[in-house]
Design a binder for this molecule. Structure first.
Ligand code: DQQ
Length: 589
């Protein structure tokens, strides 16, 4: 009976998915899966300044300003001993609007000092908004920012690309920025000027500087390529660097080299034999991102994704959850490439206005190419360990089917937990129906959630859980087998995250994990912070972020459990959990 229901449900969901897919193809301007359309203006809410800032659900160690709305990370860079983070910010309220580039600096990417906004509308070429962009450090260590200026009011939002330079290069804080009057330096000509934005960090080929600008033609997402000898006069290349039909507007493109081996990052201008390139785009229509790993011919400006990368909306993602408008930068101090991503709220606009804040930047991640060359690996920057407090260690604990045990002794609402699980055999992995391959992983996670008994899995963490489990956000694996290989599903499921009935978006998020299980082990790490759970499966091969708003599981009433709902017993080989402190310098001014 159960199985029949499952198949009926599957048929319905398959049908639902087909409809969704058609909606996606034929109407790329609409929202799907409850995500928010970009640049939607709520005139009555955008200038409602916060009177009180609601603390419950505010994060304890993630990057947040004192109040109001934030979105995309912009122009991250390292300059004279400081990390700089700019970000899209509404100084007047907790919904999107009145956008400026807020600016914070840090010595360690953890403790932040907020400075005054660096770039704000003041000239005809950015009168209606200073939207996203990137920083490039020119030879001689001179930073320059390129950003999108909005020159006509909403809803048209005509877009041009501008530049800004520091007023004083000897100021390591780079407090003041000048927007020269010869802006804009890139204008749309044949391009769609309402969909033409978010310039990348530039790279140099010895003669030309090059940037990408995100755009679209009808439903084709496009990364236009521009070249310049002097950073002032930019000429559009005959062919875009890359484009893909049925992906809609490409926001916040990012293009950078990765080394074939090792965990070090590369400066954006580096090329050479064996070096791969990554192109990431943020899809406005779905609010998901995807990236490809490929070959870049710098002389002819041709980028070809490898045939191991799916080039389209079903491609690889940095994060299969709430993670958008991301940007990387090369950190010359520690020779690494760092990824910043923004997580929007999953509550209502009215909730945001009431909270007085909306949006967080996720913990920066170091990223590098998997030795298999097919995907990236991400791991929270090592500096996060500065915030670790009380530690609990567990080892060699067996969890039989249906068992869960509590990780006691840490602040479960604000914790870092890292575990390695092992199992004796792969035999009990369930069969993976070949039809499921056509579906999104999150549908499989939705039906085969943490409570549906399995073979090898589901097992993992129950984060932000109430004592009696009225609320919890499970992060878990479920291992399936096909004729010739295993398929490892990783889920972060917000469905039971809160007993609040109305106004919350509580999606199951999921992705597959490309991991070799021949040693019969898999690791899972979660950074838990009041209303966010950022998880890293198999040492960062698959990452998922969920935003959740528990009603009971807050502060000291939050618990952390490890569970197994599969018939195969799971051993916790080792588990370390830490209470996480707040940074000593919060991003307040
Ligand atoms: N957000 C910015 C745009 C970008 C979008 C405006 C992505 O420049 O395309 O706030 O979230």
């Amino acid at each position: 009976m159960l199985i029949r229901c499952f198949h009926i449900k599957m048929a319905l969901v398959t049908c639902f998915n087909t409809i969704l897919f058609l909606v996606f193809i034929f109407s790329l301007d609409v929202n799907i899966r409850g995500v928010e359309a970009s640049h939607q203006v709520f005139p009555e809410l955008q200038s409602v300044s916060a009177v009180n800032v609601q603390l419950v659900h505010r994060t304890g160690y993630h990057f947040q300003p004192k109040k109001h709305w934030i979105n995309d990370p912009n122009g991250p860079m390292y300059y004279k001993g400081f990390y700089h983070l700019f970000y899209q910010y509404n100084p007047k309220g907790a919904v999107w609007g009145n956008i400026v580039w807020a600016h914070s600096i840090s010595k360690d990417l953890i403790n932040w000092v907020a400075l005054e906004p660096a770039i704000f509308p003041s000239k005809p070429f950015d009168k209606y908004g200073c939207w996203s962009g990137s920083a490039t450090v020119l030879p001689g260590g001179k930073p320059v920012i390129m950003y999108t200026g909005i020159v006509t009011p909403s809803p048209v939002n005509t877009q041009v690309q501008n530049f800004a330079v520091p007023a004083n290069y000897s100021d390591p804080y780079l407090r003041e920025w000048i927007k020269p009057d010869n802006n804009p330096i890139v204008r749309a000509r044949s391009e769609n000027s309402s969909s033409f934005r978010d310039p990348t960090t530039a790279w140099f080929d010895g003669v030309h500087w090059k940037i990408l600008v995100g755009s679209r033609r009808k439903h084709r997402g496009i990364a236009y390529l521009y070249r310049s000898r002097n950073f002032l006069k930019w000429t559009k290349a005959k062919h875009p660097l890359h484009s893909k039909d049925r992906t809609g507007m490409w926001e916040c493109p990012d293009f950078y080299p990765v080394a074939p081996k090792g965990m070090n990052g590369l400066d954006t201008s580096v090329t050479g034999q064996d070096i791969k390139h990554v192109l990431k785009v943020s899809l406005d229509s779905t609010r998901y991102e995807y990236y490809t790993v490929g070959e870049y011919d710098r002389d002819n400006d041709i980028y070809v994704p490898d045939n191991t990368s799916v080039d389209g909306w079903a491609g690889l993602r940095y994060d299969y959850g709430n993670f958008y408008a991301s940007k990387t930068f090369f950190d010359p101090d520690k020779q690494r490439r760092i990824l910043w991503g923004w997580a929007n709220e999953s509550d209502s606009k009215q909730d945001d206005v009431q909270k007085g804040w909306a949006g967080i930047q996720l913990i920066p991640r170091k990223l590098w190419l998997d030795p298999n060359g097919k995907q990236l690996i991400q791991w929270p920057i090592e500096e996060i360990q500065l915030l670790r407090g009380q530690n609990i260690h567990m080892g060699s604990q067996v969890l039989n089917m249906g068992e869960h045990i509590e990780v006691k002794g840490v602040t479960a609402a604000q914790a870092d937990v890292d575990a390695t699980f092992s199992f004796k055999s792969l035999d009990r992995a369930e069969w993976f129906d070949p039809n499921w391959a056509k579906l999104d992983a999150l549908d499989v996670c939705d039906w085969m959630g943490s409570t549906v008994r399995g073979g090898l899995g589901p097992f993992g963490f129950l984060t932000l859980a109430s004592e009696k489990l009225e609320e919890y956000t499970p992060v878990f694996f479920r291992v399936f087998k096909t004729k010739d290989k295993l398929k490892v599903l990783m889920c972060s499921d917000a469905k039971r995250s809160s007993t609040t009935a109305e106004g919350l978006y509580k999606p199951p998020f999921a992705g597959y994990v490309d991991v070799d299980l021949s040693d019969k082990k898999i690791s899972l790490r979660s950074l838990i912070d009041n209303s966010v759970v950022e998880s890293f499966g198999a040492h960062g091969r698959t990452c998922i972020t969920s935003r959740v708003y528990p009603k009971i599981a807050i502060y000291n009433n939050a618990h952390l459990f490890v569970f197994n709902n599969g018939t195969e017993a799971i051993t916790i080989d080792s588990l370390d959990a830490w209470s996480m402190k707040a940074p000593s310098l919060m991003n307040n001014n």
